[in-house]
Structure formats: C-alpha cells, structure tokens
Write a protein that binds this ligand. Structure first.
Ligand SMILES: O=C(COP(=O)(O)O)[C@H](O)[C@H](O)COP(=O)(O)O
Length: 319
C-alpha cells in the first residue's frame, strides 16, 4: 500500500488501534522506500523518507505507538553512510519492528491470560488487540470466562470486539457505554488497551476508559492495562502532554440536526486519561508492572527517547 493510501486509511480509521496503526505505518515506510529511485545520494533518500514519515505522523495525534514506531525505524537510517546502507537499515528495522510487535502481542496475551482467573467475568472497552488477545488466550487455556463489552460511541468499535469474541465462542454481554457502572457489580476485572502511557503511569485510551476505571475502583475491581512497550511516551518526561484527538462533531450528531440547534455545542474528544491510581497493573511484553514503574519501561525499552531528551537539554544549556 502506498504512503498516501496508508495515511488516508489511518485518518478515516479503516486502519485503527494503536498497535495496528504502528505496524501498518512501518510497513508503508518500508514499501515506500522500494518505490524511490536510486540516486546514489543518501541525503535525497533520507529527505524523501522523512517526508513520508511526516505524512504518517500527521494522521492521528494521540497513539504514541505511531511516532515511536517511526522513530525506531528511522533513527539509524538518518546516520547511514550511504544510500544502500540506509535502504538496508530501513528494511531491517521495519521487519524487526513488525515481528517484535507481533511477538509482544503474543507475550502480553499469555501474561494477560495468567491474570484472568478461571470462572471470571471481564469487562473490556473499545477494540484492543492486546486486551482481546489476553481474553482469547484465557479461553484457549480452557478457562471458563465471560465478557462484558461496551458499545464505544460514536464509532462502535465494540461491534468489532463482540464479533471477535463471538468467533471464539466466548459468552459475551454487549452493553451501552453508560451501563458500565450498573454492570460493574457483575464483573471481576477490567482489561483494556492503551494508546499512550505517560511517565506518571497515566493511561490514555479510548474515551470512556477513565469512567470505567473509576467505576471499577469504586467497586474494588482490578483494572488491567495491556500495552506493548512502544505505547509508552518518553517525551512526557519533559512535560510534553499527550494530545487528545478531537474528531468531527458530525460523528456525534448529524450536521442537519446540529444546524437546527444553534445554542448547542458538540464536542468529540476520542481518548481520555485514566490516572495511575485507578490502574492496578500494566502488562507489557517485558513483564507486568505497577503504573508507577512507567519510567523504568521508558528507560529500558525506549532508551533512545531518553538519549534524545538529554541532547535537547544539552542544547538548551548551550543556548
Ligand atoms: O483506543 C483504542 C483504539 O482507538 P481507535 O479505534 O480510535 O483507534 C484501543 O484501545 C487502543 O488503540 C489499543 O489498541 P491495540 O491494543 O489494538 O493497540
């Protein structure tokens, strides 16, 4: 798929979910490199690849998996000594990222399943491959489990979730988002995915996640977040905030109805922030951690992010 097609599909949400966005972006970068004519000038190749990367980065602002994946693939390309080396590094890094991202999902699924006791009822929100992977793995291990899945207005990602759960013959109850608190008494634990995790262990995920986590906290039910290490955002160490995407208001209310309500304002933020105190565990491919250890993951697994931050500080000091 071309860079433009991939970017369009991410914007239109045909490609969605933080992990998938990252993998598809990386595979589009790899394919794009193959379409560029060989010039023998490494700087031309790098410039073309940066333009392609910028196009992808401008698609959706919240899932940090996208800039992290682009950085993982592009970082060593930028210092390549010649065009052939740059092409080889890009290909290798892209393939490595896609492979390790899938492996991470498998590992998270097994660890996540270990945290789902036999006979438990799990609530999930939105459509997360990491969260669903854990539920499906628990079922594969022979555990008798049930799921409550929310609708996820306005895009109804819950329908994709219930289709997958149904395909795996997992008994599922489908509820509207506002039924989460009422239904929490039937539930033993909540499992969701993440679009970004900040240095203080807060989790950015689909709008509504924080309400569900709050209800779970009130009802003394565990909240488990499943997230690959590339969902952690090292730049939050510097105080950079995760941008919450606002999508068109007509996803919430059709324009013709809105036009008749001149005093009504519509807002459509599509992600929210769940503070660390409402999260019991974050399961990554590197192990399950309490949210306050987010910094450790950033240091150990996204070390480049910290190196870059250090360079920024050094240049600030020089200025
Ligand atoms: O919030 C969403 C998707 O939002 P959208 O539908 O707006 O992209 C998912 O919970 C996370 O991206 C994690 O998904 P995964 O575990 O698959 O990476």
């Amino acid at each position: 798929m071309s860079i433009n097609d991939t970017a369009d599909k991410i914007i239109s949400m045909e490609i969605r979910g933080a992990g998938k966005i990252a993998r598809e972006a990386v595979s589009a970068l790899r394919d794009h490199a193959e379409t560029l004519p060989r010039t023998g000038d490494v700087s031309i190749f790098i410039r073309e690849m940066e333009l392609a990367a910028d196009l992808l980065l401008a698609t959706r602002p919240t899932a940090v998996s996208l800039p992290n994946a682009v950085q993982i693939v592009m970082r060593d390309v930028r210092s390549a000594s010649n065009e052939e080396a740059a092409r080889r590094i890009l290909r290798e890094k892209a393939n490595e990222f896609i492979w390790s991202s899938r492996t991470a999902l498998d590992r998270i699924s097994v660890m996540g399943a270990n945290h789902i006791p036999d006979g438990s009822v799990v609530m999930t929100h939105c459509n997360s491959s990491a969260a669903l992977g854990s539920i499906i793995e628990a079922k594969r291990q022979g555990k008798d489990i049930e799921v409550y899945a929310t609708e996820v207005r306005p895009w109804n990602q819950g329908r994709i979730t219930i289709k997958t759960l149904n395909d795996h013959e997992i008994p599922t109850t489908y509820i509207v988002d506002s039924a989460a608190r009422t239904m929490m008494k039937e539930v033993d634990l909540v499992i969701v995915g993440a679009d970004a995790i900040t240095v203080n262990g807060a989790v950015v995920n689909k709008i509504g996640t924080s309400q569900i986590a709050l209800c779970a906290h009130e009802a003394r039910k565990n909240v488990i977040v499943t997230a690959e290490t590339y969902k952690f955002a090292p730049r939050t160490i510097l105080g950079e905030r995760i941008q919450i995407e606002e999508r068109p208001t007509n996803e919430v209310l059709p324009d013709d109805i809105a036009a008749g309500l001149p005093f009504v304002r519509i807002k459509n933020p599509v992600f929210d922030v769940t503070p660390a105190e409402y999260i019991d565990l974050i399961i990554t491919e590197a192990g399950a951690i309490p949210p306050h250890l987010a910094f450790t993951i950033m240091r150990e697994y996204l070390g480049w992010g910290l190196g870059e931050l250090q360079n920024q500080f050094l240049s600030l000091e020089k200025d």
